[in-house]
Design a protein around this ligand. Structure first.
Ligand code: UN1
Length: 504
């Protein structure tokens, strides 16, 4: 697919960065090789971190609204290059065109959010118990932020982290997925253009605020173990998070983990079934089931279960599978053979557990023998066990039945992951019960809308094996800063807190 090289050159990525390296990059669309990227050595990772740390030392003293100006310029470059970057996302990650564009739009949105935030890094003032004293808190930059991202959102996840980290006064070092290094290099090239413009505008030398280190696990490990990386923000599988979390904790670094999901939609008796069907269809089969927020389970009330399943079946069969760059395609390829094999294994497991499975076969093998397309699958399950408890990154929807809402909520919560969840109901009591403390245990709990496609304005992340981190909107920025509590005595006495006396 020569088109990737044209896009890379339009995005100002030097050919030397994307050819001749040991990391082969393939497009999941047809399996063709589209690049060969250099893999960073440990020394190179260390050097990038050292440069990022040096940049941080200066950047932390730049007023936050000025830091916002850099992110504003970056957002402008993203706007100007949206079509090219989005197409590269489609080619490298296999997303359909509108989802590739949506991904770049998320980057633009988070830049806008971060620019506003750069004037709103508020700390509290706190009433002191002592006369003539004042208490307050300040939020200061934390240092180098290491970002580890996954193939399925190859650039947006970096942007959620980087835009906030930069306005907060930090620098970033990015290890993208080894499956999607090209979009990372293109994003970095756009950022460097913004940085050059900013530096010229400010009359200063461009600080080395952002670095990309490509490669496999050892590159991630070098980032994770480095004492100068104050925060490691990692998105990916629970297995990856289990490896990263303790290593960062070992050196008392900070972690922001956004790991697997096993997201469910409860469909209640009063649900608008048209809406529910559409929400489930996009949630389960959009992005070929490769979002951490993908709908993996439907828990349907017995009274509407059969009707819902027949609607889903009808719609599922109409989904057009194919080249994601072609108009009308709704389901693109899986990222690679490993993903297809995992899907087949899960479907075998579902059948062994008594599930009734439709779909799931390989598609378009004759046209694209080196690529891995699959029919979306639906599995009606007798119980929630085995494969249903696992996150399989593929378009498989498990359907379960319930009688009482409490049972549905218990089922929805009875998985190890806790990212996203939803209920379709027109009963306000049910909707509120689902969102209450005793309702969904996930980081995201929606009503009459699916589990995926969250806006950047809210905090994004989840509980349990999802890792507990929150990225993106609301007050997620606080994870990228350190808090200092300041007590100032403006009296001429020295009263101790809690009334303690200590006079000689
Ligand atoms: C992910 O799959 O890693 O809610 C994140 C969504 C997107 C984010 C998905 N905004 O689907």
């Amino acid at each position: 697919m020569t088109h990737a090289s044209q896009l890379l050159s339009a995005l100002n990525v030097p050919a030397s960065q994307t050819t001749g390296g040991s990391l082969q990059v393939r497009s999941p669309i047809d399996g063709a090789q589209i690049g060969a990227v250099h893999e960073a050595t440990k020394q190179e990772v260390d050097a990038a971190i050292a440069r990022a740390h040096e940049a941080f030392l200066a950047w932390r003293n730049v007023p936050a609204p000025k830091r916002g100006e850099l992110v504003r310029l970056f957002g402008m470059h993203l706007r100007q290059n949206k079509a090219e970057l989005a197409r590269l996302v489609s080619i490298e990650a296999g997303k359909i065109t509108s989802e590739g564009e949506g991904e770049v739009q998320e980057m633009i949105d988070i830049c806008d959010f971060a620019v506003g935030l750069s004037r709103q890094l508020y700390g509290l003032t706190i009433a002191s118990e002592r006369p003539g004293h004042r208490m307050m808190e300040q939020w200061h930059p934390i240092g180098v932020v290491g970002i580890i991202s996954a193939f399925n959102f190859p650039v947006a996840v970096w942007a959620w982290n980087a835009a906030l980290a930069l306005v907060c006064g930090n620098s970033v070092v990015w290890k993208p997925s080894e499956k999607t290094p090209l979009t990372a290099l293109a994003t970095q090239a756009l950022f460097e253009r913004a940085l050059a413009e900013f530096s010229q505008q400010q009359g200063m030398a461009a600080p080395a605020l952002s670095h990309v280190v490509n490669g496999k696990a050892p590159v991630g490990e070098a980032l994770v173990d480095h004492p100068s990386v104050a925060l490691v923000s990692a998105t990916g599988s629970t297995r990856m998070g289990r490896a990263v979390g303790p290593r960062v904790a070992q050196r008392f670094g900070r972690c922001l983990l956004e790991l697997g999901g096993n997201n469910a939609i409860i469909v209640a008796p009063t649900a608008d079934l048209d809406l529910a069907t559409r929400g489930i269809l996009f949630g389960a089969y959009g992005t070929a089931g490769q979002r951490c927020t993908t709908t993996r389970r439907v828990i349907a009330h017995a009274s509407i279960h059969d009707e819902l399943v027949s609607r889903l079946e009808r719609a599922r069969k109409q989904l057009r599978i194919g080249n994601p760059l072609e108009n009308g395609t709704l389901v693109g390829p899986l990222i690679d053979k490993g993903a297809f094999d995992a899907m087949q294994k899960a479907l075998r497991g579902a059948r062994e557990q008594g599930g009734k499975v439709t779909g799931g076969d390989r598609a378009l093998e004759a046209q694209m023998p080196q690529a891995w397309y699959a029919e979306p699958a639906l599995a009606q399950m007798p119980a929630q066990s085995g494969v249903v408890l696992e996150e399989t990154f593929a378009p498989i929807l498990y359907v379960l039945k319930y009688e009482k809402l409490d049972d549905a909520i218990a089922l929805q919560n009875a998985v190890p992951q806790g990212l996203s969840s939803a209920i379709f109901t027109n009963d306000v009591r049910e909707a509120e019960a689902f969102m209450a403390a005793s309702g969904s245990d996930c980081g995201i709990a929606n009503v009459n809308i699916g589990t995926s496609g969250a806006e950047i304005g809210g905090a994004f992340g989840g509980e349990k094996e999802t890792g507990g981190g929150r990225e993106s909107g609301s007050d997620a920025w606080k994870a990228y800063m350190r808090r200092t509590t300041n007590t100032v005595n403006y009296s001429s006495a020295l009263p101790l807190a809690q009334g303690v006396k200590f006079d000689v």
